[in-house]
Design a protein around this ligand. Sequence first.
Ligand code: MG
Ligand code: FE
Length: 169
Amino acid sequence: MATAEERLMEWLRDAHAAEEQAKTMLSGMAGRIQNYPTLKARIEQHIKETERQAELVRSCIERRGGSTSAIKDAGAKMLAMGQALSGMFVGDEIMKGSIASYAFEAMEIASYRILITTAQRVGDQETARICEQILREEEAMAEWLEQNIPMLTQQYLAREETPGATAKH
Ligand code: MG
Ligand code: FE
């Protein structure tokens, strides 16, 4: 059995790998979007947030005397690359990307809630505070997607019905 301190370190490393995965996934998506400028802009904002989140999580790991896992990070990036590539081969890439983004934010929200509780339990208030700050950005991104997916869907369907228009990305 692991101690709460050991689990905290393990889960911080998982969170760091997830942020590396997010960077690759979001950059791949933003780079391919041509016809949905509001989504592209929101993703680009979240890429900047994600880069900062990865640094913040790394600071928590290092303050606790650990180091980030290069193997975990590389695996996460490869996974994201595969997901981005597979999205290119479907006609509704933008819709599949929206689903993947929302699912990813939901995963991050659950992960940071777990980290906050664990950090508080072991008395690491600084890690708890940082994870709360990151959690708010993930919640804001999830909320943006919730509010904008209907409009994106309308735009997608309208483009699909317009001769000569590209709907997929
Ligand atoms: Mg994140
Ligand atoms: Fe996120």
